[in-house]
Design a binder for this molecule. Structure first.
Ligand code: 13P
Length: 252
């Protein structure tokens, strides 16, 4: 039985004050979420504040990105052990915004995957197709290519047992255009089957989240699909009430 999981990806939003207010609100309502694991991924500069506020809660902390390199002369980068210093349990890697806007390749994402595991961070590995790719019937080949970058690594399949996967169709991110539950389920099942070709146990155990315009009013239907184990939430994670409603939809 896979534990439902909901993570909030705050992206580059908010202020120190609004981050504190948001955490206060989530903390106040967290007891209404019975079974789902809940995590928040604030901006780097708010990690210390959020860590301190979460210390007496069951809400986990994650970062939105990090460097695949070990500490050294990498101006502006953040190393895995720095994230561990702030009790980060998770780190998002391969988000489509990083792939599209910052040129992150499958190869770099794979390198981050390995580095995250070396530091004992659980990668939230994102993958997803563009609208043109879906329209040209290339969804599965794109997902396969992105997933194979991890599966081809030495220890890659075993690594997935310590990771979380997030399927985020790029056309659904921040657009209000959610994948239908059937569309999402079909890709989630494809991902699980492809992992099962290498290791059936890992495939059965890995949590696969859906991300892309998850809102309080569509979360229940999405999360009721067999292979959807929760969500990676952008916009709706910036409001405590909406985020908690989505968390309850995954496991009240
Ligand atoms: P939205 O929920 O705002 O569509 O963002 C999804 C996402 O990119 C989460 O990582």
């Amino acid at each position: 039985m896979r534990q439902p999981f909901v993570a909030g990806n705050w992206k580059m939003n908010g202020s120190r004050a609004s981050a504190r207010k948001l955490i206060d609100g989530i903390k106040q309502g967290i007891d209404s979420v019975a079974t789902a694991e809940v995590a928040v991924c604030p901006s780097f500069v708010y990690l210390a504040d959020v860590q301190a506020m979460l210390s007496d809660t069951r809400i986990a902390l994650g970062a939105q990105n990090f460097s695949d390199q070990k500490p050294g002369a990498f101006t502006g980068e953040i190393a895995g052990d720095m994230l561990k210093d702030f009790d980060c349990k998770y780190v998002i890697i391969g988000h489509s915004e990083r792939r599209a806007l910052y040129g992150e390749t499958d190869e770099l994402v794979a390198s981050k995957f390995i580095t995250a595991l070396e530091y004992g961070l659980r990668p939230i590995f994102c993958l997803g197709e563009l609208l043109e790719e879906r329209q040209q019937d290339q969804t599965e080949s794109v997902i396969a290519r992105q997933l194979d970058a991890i599966l081809a690594l030495p220890g890659g399949v075993e690594g997935l047992s310590k990771a979380v996967i997030a399927y985020e169709p790029v056309w659904a991110i921040g657009t209000g255009m959610t994948a239908t539950p059937d569309q999402a389920q079909s890709v989630h099942a494809f991902i699980r089957e492809r992992i099962a070709e290498k290791d059936a146990n890992v495939a059965a155990g890995v949590q696969i989240l859906y991300g892309g315009s998850v809102k309080p009013d569509n979360a229940v239907e999405l999360f009721s699909q067999n292979d959807i184990d929760g969500g990676l939430i952008g916009g709706a994670s910036l409001d405590a009430g909406s985020f908690l409603t989505i968390c309850r939809a995954a496991g009240a």
